[in-house]
Ligand binder design. Structure first.
Ligand SMILES: *Cc1c(COP(=O)(O)O)cnc(C)c1O
Length: 398
């Protein structure tokens, strides 16, 4: 398939099972091809496969770790989603972030990291990057602050838009231009957009990292990460490191993710529509002091969202005029929202954010309000709003 078609079309026609040349028939879905060992009929055939491995644009399999047809199909889907020429699969989103950092940074390099990036990135920095002699600065993702913290050895700009927890929209093209001017590699966590509603490589970034665990898989039943890129030099570095570090995912998980991606468009659209209805309900509540959701017209990132994104999803955060005891009672009283981390599945979730963790986010207004992050799933929005309303009533009595 080519990009002559709408992405919705391409997603249904990429990574299908090829026709059997004998019967000229095929199942629609690629079979789950589980393997560790690949066997060759002759040494000549093995030699040809080995030789082909020297060309990173070719997929040549001599051993199961790099995955077979099921993996190849999922990689091609990720390439379409992100308009990339290479997609590398990793066993989790966090593993994909590690691959991007370890694959592209050297000892003595410095990386600028947005203070709104996914929390565990700080843990990666503290436990691994620092030990390897890679310096990092977490700062506000504004041109002014990035310029202030830039060093002669800054090799990478690592961002997330919208940012974790507060959905802070970033001006990706402007940030890409800044990074490129200073010879930085531009890496972004695009889990929010998952390639479907936000396409960082088209906005000037070199590398897009996606936790497929979230919307791509879509059913809260597997862990998956992917690293997409299209510059030949970047592709080669990432490819070599992917191989050297031994990242591999099971064919079953690749197959489930492929199944998930077929309905990515409708799941995201439905979650996004529900989230807007929930925003409308929340905006009218006296307990709500602010909504964080870029598709909501009052969100400060709305104009950037309109310019750079083609859709939205079910992620939203709500700042509440509730004391900590009331906030806990509110969350406990919800019946349709599971209390849990993660998002992007079919179901609604709630997370009571530890606001002490937000102190380091420049976007947080440093209030005493509570912050609740919601993932709006595929339930009826009316039922979700009724659930929120009854939980507010219970919190008010505390
Ligand atoms: C969940 C998440 C990750 C990590 O993905 P895992 O598969 O859970 O390791 C990375 N980035 C963002 C923005 C996430 O929400």
């Amino acid at each position: 398939m080519t990009s002559d078609h709408a992405l919705d079309t391409t997603l249904q026609h990429t990574g299908l099972a090829p026709f059997d040349p004998r019967t000229e028939s095929a199942p629609v879905a690629v079979p789950i091809m589980r393997t560790s060992t690949v066997r060759f009929r002759t040494l000549d055939a093995l030699d040809r496969a080995q030789a082909a491995k020297a060309d990173p644009t070719q997929r040549s399999i001599t051993y199961g770790r790099s995955g077979m047809d099921t993996h190849a199909a999922l990689e091609s889907v990720f390439c379409e989603l992100e308009s990339a020429s290479q997609a590398l699969l990793a066993p989790s989103g966090m593993a994909a972030i590690s691959l991007a950092m370890l694959g592209l940074l050297d000892t003595g390099d410095h990386v600028l990291i947005a203070d709104s990036a996914y929390g565990p990135v700080r843990y990666l920095e503290k436990t691994v990057l620092r030990r390897l002699g890679i310096q990092a600065t977490f700062c506000a993702p504004t041109l002014q602050e990035l310029e202030r913290h830039r060093k002669p050895n800054t090799r990478m700009l690592y961002l997330e838009s919208p940012g974790s927890l507060l959905m802070q929209m970033l001006d990706m093209p402007a940030l890409a231009e800044f990074g490129r001017r200073h010879d930085m590699l531009l890496v972004t966590d695009n889990t929010w957009g998952s390639g479907y509603i936000y396409r960082p490589l088209e906005l000037g970034f070199d590398v897009s990292v996606v936790a497929g665990t979230k919307y791509v898989a879509g059913h809260s039943d597997l862990m998956l990460g992917a690293v997409m890129s299209r510059d030949p030099h970047v592709n080669r570095r990432l490819h070599e490191n992917h191989y050297a570090l031994g990242f591999s995912i099971s064919a079953d998980d690749a197959w489930l993710a492929l199944r998930g991606v077929r309905t990515l468009p409708i799941r995201m659209r439905e979650s996004a529509a529900n989230a807007l209805k929930v925003c409308e309900f929340l905006a009218a509540r006296p307990e709500v002091s602010r909504l964080y959701h870029p598709a909501w017209p009052q969100d400060p990132g709305h104009a950037l969202w309109q310019r750079d994104c083609t859709g939205s999803n079910g992620m939203l955060s709500v700042q509440l005029r509730l004391n900590p005891v009331q906030a806990r009672a509110f969350v406990d009283a919800l019946t349709l929202f599971g209390i849990g981390f993660s998002w992007g599945g079919f179901e609604s979730l709630v997370q009571l954010v530890d606001t002490s963790a937000l102190k380091s986010h420049s976007y947080w207004p440093q209030t005493d309000d509570a912050l609740v992050r919601l993932h709006i799933g595929l339930e009826s929005a009316q039922d979700l709003c009724a659930d929120l309303a009854q939980a507010f009533n219970i919190a008010a009595r505390v």
